[in-house]
Unconditional design. Structure first.
Length: 296
């Protein structure tokens, strides 16, 4: 039994899904499965069982998970202490970002951070808002879109960050494409099929809430994963999509963006800092860079 095997088991116990645990650990799924197999051989009995697409811990596995989670937390604290001693010039920064942020904002922030601190190693993890929140235990800092849930791990700091506008997008020959200021209403949008993001998406949550508040039902023609998937489906004529205005900065004229009337649909991005009471120097410095950039 090794510390790495226990830390891997802690991730599996947290996510109850081997694939998601592999993503959080930055390992391949076979590597995670191999460590779990070795750990079960060590204990001589099953620690988990398959349960649909995920896993379910056995009583022995649930007991071991308590020890594994404590070990992982001690390991994280030791890393933070090491980075604090070495200073911000060195160390590793693990950043999680939900889809829109990872694609259209995070690369610029990382580029600026690396210009200032070239010796810092940066690791990134992507996913929708729900997936990033679920991976907080393996991250130093995270950037999410949409509402911040009440089920954050204890000690997580929340910083409300930039404001972002959600716009509707349609093909340039769509009947709504000619709408200019002040924009298009949810009643008008509800007359057409929608291309929706996957469950757990911050954009999807916000759009569904806005339609419900307007008393307009949604007819979903297609559900796709990721911003680019929405844009491609809209180009193909599958329906109306909703994306961050940020995602339309470099678009050609094949798609038309429409603001929502009578009030634009806006939200705030948030930055989450796990264990904010004792962040590493690199995490604190990246947070400072992000907060300063919101004023530019």
């Amino acid at each position: 039994m090794t510390p790495d095997q226990l830390i891997t088991f802690a991730a599996v116990a947290e996510h109850l899904n081997i694939s998601r645990a592999a993503v959080a650990l930055h390992l391949s799924q076979p590597a995670v499965s191999g460590q779990l197999r070795q750990l079960q051989d060590e204990f001589g009995e099953p620690l988990y069982r398959r349960d649909g697409r995920g896993v379910r811990l056995t009583p022995s596995g649930a007991q071991l998970a308590e020890y594994a989670l404590r070990l992982r937390e001690t390991y994280r604290q030791a890393h933070a202490y090491r980075d604090a001693l070495r200073g911000v010039a060195h160390g590793t920064l693990r950043i999680g970002a939900s889809t829109t942020l990872a694609s259209y904002l995070l690369p610029y922030l990382i580029a600026e951070f690396q210009r200032r601190f070239p010796a810092v190693t940066i690791q990134t993890a992507g996913g929708n808002t729900a997936e990033i929140v679920g991976a907080l235990a393996s991250l130093d800092i995270a950037m999410i879109e949409g509402p911040v849930g009440a089920d954050l791990p204890e000690g997580t700091g929340v910083h409300v960050w930039r404001e972002d506008e959600i716009v509707a997008i349609v093909p340039r020959d769509h009947p709504l494409a000619g709408r200019g200021a002040p924009g298009v209403t949810f009643a008008a949008l509800g007359a057409y099929p929608q291309v929706a993001r996957e469950e757990g998406s911050g954009v999807r949550q916000l759009v569904e809430q806005a339609f419900a508040q307007a008393g307009v039902s949604i007819r979903v023609a297609l559900e796709v994963t990721g911003v680019e998937g929405v844009k491609e489906a809209v180009r193909a004529g599958m329906g109306v999509g909703f994306v961050s205005a940020m995602a339309m900065r470099h678009e050609d004229d094949a798609l038309k963006r429409l603001s929502i009337a009578p009030q634009p649909l806006t939200r705030h991005f948030s930055i989450l800092v796990p264990h904010e009471g004792a962040p590493s120097h690199v995490a604190a410095s990246f947070l400072e860079l992000c907060l300063l950039s919101s004023d530019e």
